[in-house]
Design a binder for this molecule. Structure first.
Ligand SMILES: CCCCCCCCCCCC(=O)SCCNC(=O)CCNC(=O)[C@H](O)C(C)(C)COP(=O)(O)OP(=O)(O)OC[C@H]1O[C@@H](n2cnc3c(N)ncnc32)[C@H](O)[C@@H]1OP(=O)(O)O
Length: 226
């Protein structure tokens, strides 16, 4: 299957116009959300299963059959960032928020009290680094996206220029929360700070410089459908 029409503000930064109705967005969400969740379950089951060797081999053959069936009709390349004519953004392949990406937790963001953004998620066995703890790279990835969303509150997507993470204490696997908000602005640059918390409080903090790429100026999204 070919991709929808591409609007190309710069190399490797394409947004793709796919003007579908709200009803069609809802239909796709209703179809793909449980589909992606079942693959998330599969990832968790593969990590934690203790069945015998024959059962593992049989499961592998069945999974290969499903993959073959799905690949009979496939888009070229990655999903991309798509948008409707009224500028609703759909980053459904995104590694952190992607509706169709089973490796995304996925994070669902909401406005914070301070003009920033907040998200709650549960990180299971697939996000492990040290035993029973969240991988440091996963923490950095989640910070990168959530701080980026906080920087993009006016609808114009910002790119990460620089981000630093201070790991204060280990983050246990399980429920987490991230809070982020803009702490300073300088032209196209925004300074954003955030915290990652587990059940016993803040475990890591991050600060980043997020920049509106010149090519994105004036290209605001109205909302982000995840
Ligand atoms: C509802 C919708 C939601 C939308 C929600 C969307 C959320 C998305 C969050 C995703 C976050 C990501 O993963 S983004 C993907 C990871 N990041 C990237 O791939 C970025 C790759 N780098 C680049 O594309 C570029 O280098 C940019 C865009 C960062 C900057 O390029 P540029 O625009 O040409 O910048 P330039 O004119 O040279 O400089 C502008 C100013 O920024 C400073 N500057 C430039 N680069 C950097 C840098 N890396 N770190 C610090 N500062 C920098 C310069 O000193 C200058 O300051 P002064 O002289 O003016 O003081």
């Amino acid at each position: 299957m070919s991709r929808p029409e591409t609007d190309s503000p710069g190399a490797g930064m394409e947004f793709t116009l796919e003007d579908i109705s709200d009803e069609e967005i809802m239909r796709r969400r209703a179809l793909y959300e449980p589909f992606t969740d079942s693959v998330r379950d599969l990832i968790d089951a593969v990590i934690r299963t203790e069945v015998d060797d024959a059962t593992v081999r049989q499961a592998q053959a069945e999974i290969a059959g499903v993959v073959q069936r799905l690949r009979t009709q496939q888009m070229d390349g990655a999903y991309g960032v798509r948008y409707t004519a009224d500028k609703k953004g759909m980053a459904w392949g995104n590694a952190v928020i992607g509706l169709r990406n089973a490796i995304a937790p996925p994070l669902v963001l909401r406005p914070g009290d301070d003009g920033g953004v907040v998200t709650d998620a549960t990180l299971g066995a697939a996000y492990e680094g040290p035993s029973g703890l969240v991988h440091g790279g996963v923490c950095a990835m989640l910070f990168d996206h959530v701080l980026g969303e906080a920087a993009s509150v006016d609808g114009i997507p910002c790119f990460t220029g620089t981000i630093s993470v201070r790991y204060l204490r280990p983050t246990p696997l399980g429920p987490i929360r991230i809070d982020a908000a803009i702490s300073g602005r300088d032209g196209r640059k925004k300074i954003v700070r955030g915290t990652l918390s587990g059940p016993d409080g803040v475990t890591a903090e991050a600060e980043g410089i997020f920049i509106v790429p010149r090519e994105f100026e004036g290209q605001a999204f109205s909302s982000w459908v995840s």
